[in-house]
Design a protein around this ligand. Structure first.
Ligand code: HEC
Ligand code: HEC
Length: 351
C-alpha cells in the first residue's frame, strides 16, 4: 500500500530526475520586462534591471522548470505525482507571506521560501545558490502573473510586541496559547484538539464563552480542507507533521497572524482582538504570540519516528538512488500515476 511517505519519496526522487532532464526548456521569447507602475519599496514588480531578469530566467530553466513548468503554471514534468503540487505562479497565490490571506507576498517572503524550501513538501531549499541568483528568481517568477502590476499594494501584517519576550520560561505563554487555541480561536475546527472536551469547555468558560454541546468527530485528528485551486490540503497536526515554513516563533506568528493564501487557514490578526458583551477584553493581538509559543511547544512534542525511512524523509536528507526507489515502490507508484485520486486521499488521511 502506498502511503503518504512513499509518495513523498517518489515525488522527491522523481522531481530531481525530471528537473535535471527538463532543464533548459524555458522559451527564449518570453518578455520578462513588465510595467513600472508600483513603487520600488513595496516589494511589487517594478522596472527590474533586465540583466537580473535574464539571470532569473536562466536559473529558473535549470532548477525550477521540472516542477513549476516552463510557463510557471506548476505543471512541470515531475509535478504529476506530487502532493502538494508545485505552485502555479500564473495565479500568484503564495501561501507563506507577511501579508493577509489573499494578498501578494513581499519579495523577502519569496526569497525566504526559495532559500529555505518548504518542509514536508517536494520544494527543496536553495541555500546553495548565490544570493543574487535567488533574488533573480524572485524577479523572474513575478513575470508569470499580471497581478504583480495590477494589484494595489497591500500592507504587511502588524507585528505587535511579544509580551513574553523577556521571560526565559515560556510556560505562561504556552498555557495562554492553549487556552486561546481551544477557547476563543477554536483552531481545532481544522487542526486537532489537544485537549479533551471537558477541558475545551473549561477554556470556553474561563473566557466567558458559552459551553459547546457539539464537537466534530475525531476531534484529535486534523481534517482535510479544499484549497482555492481545488487541491486537498491536509491541515497539519502540530505534534506530527512538519510545518512548511518553519517553527521559530517569528515564523509561526507570521503564519498565524497572516493566514495562508489560497487555503482555509484564516488571517487571525484582525479577529484575535475581542471583547465580551460587558466590554472586558478577552483576547488581544499579544495572544498571537501565545499561540505561536503554544504551537511551537506542540511541534517539540513530536515523538521520535520509528522507521528509519520516516526520519530521513521527514528531514529530507535521504538520498535514494533512482534504482532503489523503483525497486521499492515503483509498481505502486505506477498504479498511483494511473490517477486514482480518491484512493490517494483516503490513504493520506489514514496516515
Ligand atoms: C522537486 C520539485 C520542485 C522544484 C525543483 C522546485 N519547487 Fe518550488 N515548490 C514545489 C512544491 C511542491 C511547492 C508547493 C508546496 C506547498 O504547497 O506547500 C513549491 C512552492 C514554491 C513556491 C511557493 C511558496 C509560497 O509561499 O506559496 C515558490 C516561490 C517556489 N516553489 C519557488 C521555486 C523556485 C524559484 C525553484 C527553483 C530554484 C523551485 N521552486 C523549485 C516543488 C518544487
Ligand atoms: C478553517 C480551517 C483552519 C483553522 C480554523 C485554522 N487553520 Fe491553521 N491551517 C489550515 C490549513 C488548511 C493549513 C495548511 C496550509 C498549507 O500547508 O497549505 C494550516 C496551517 C497552519 C500552520 C502551518 C504553517 C506552516 O508553515 O506549515 C499553522 C502554524 C497554523 N495553521 C496555525 C493555526 C492556528 C494557531 C489556528 C487558530 C488560531 C489555526 N491555524 C486555525 C486551516 C485552518
Amino acid at each position: 500500500m502506498l502511503n503518504r511517505l512513499d509518495i513523498a519519496i517518489a515525488t522527491t526522487c522523481c522531481g530531481v530526475g525530471f528537473w535535471l532532464i527538463a532543464a533548459g526548456c524555458v522559451p527564449q521569447d518570453r518578455q520578462p520586462v513588465r510595467g513600472k507602475t508600483k513603487a520600488a519599496d513595496t516589494g511589487y514588480q517594478v522596472g527590474v534591471d533586465a540583466t537580473l531578469l535574464e539571470e532569473g530566467r536562466q536559473t529558473y530553466a535549470i532548477y525550477c522548470v521540472g516542477c513549476h513548468g516552463e510557463n510557471g503554471d506548476g505543471k512541470g514534468p515531475a509535478a504529476a505525482v506530487m502532493h502538494p503540487k508545485p505552485r502555479d505562479f500564473t495565479n500568484a497565490k503564495f501561501k507563506f507571506s507577511s501579508r493577509r490571506n489573499g494578498d501578494l507576498p513581499t519579495d523577502r517572503n519569496l526569497f525566504d521560501t526559495i532559500t529555505n524550501g518548504l518542509k514536508g513538501t517536494a520544494m527543496p531549499p536553495w541555500k546553495l545558490l548565490p544570493e543574487r541568483q535567488r533574488w533573480s528568481l524572485v524577479a523572474y517568477l513575478k513575470t508569470f502573473s499580471d497581478k504583480w502590476e495590477l494589484y494595489d499594494v497591500a500592507p504587511v501584517i502588524p507585528v505587535v510586541e511579544d509580551p513574553y519576550a523577556a521571560s526565559p520560561d515560556k510556560s505562561e505563554a504556552i498555557a495562554r496559547g492553549a487556552a486561546v487555541y481551544h477557547g476563543l480561536a477554536q483552531c481545532w475546527t481544522c487542526h486537532p484538539a489537544y485537549a479533551a472536551r471537558d477541558r475545551i469547555n473549561a477554556y470556553h468558560e474561563a473566557m466567558g464563552l458559552p459551553r459547546r454541546e457539539f464537537f466534530r468527530e475525531n476531534l484529535d485528528n486534523a481534517v482535510a480542507r479544499i484549497s482555492t485551486d481545488d487541491s486537498v490540503v491536509f491541515v497539519p497536526d502540530f505534534r506530527r507533521d512538519l510545518l512548511r515554513a518553519g517553527t521559530s516563533v517569528e515564523v509561526l506568528y507570521r503564519s498565524i497572524a497572516a493566514g495562508i493564501t489560497g487555503t482555509a487557514m484564516p488571517t487571525w490578526v484582525d479577529s484575535i482582538e475581542t471583547q465580551s458583551n460587558a466590554g472586558d477584553q478577552i483576547t488581544t493581538r499579544g495572544d498571537l504570540w501565545a499561540l505561536a509559543y503554544y504551537v511551537q511547544s506542540l511541534t517539540e512534542q513530536r515523538p521520535p519516528l520509528l522507521a528509519a525511512a520516516d526520519i530521513t524523509i521527514r528531514d529530507r536528507e535521504m538520498i535514494v538512488s533512482q534504482d532503489d526507489w523503483v525497486a521499492k515502490i515503483g509498481d505502486s507508484l505506477r498504479s498511483e500515476m494511473g490517477g486514482d485520486d480518491d484512493e490517494e486521499e483516503e490513504e493520506e488521511e489514514e496516515e
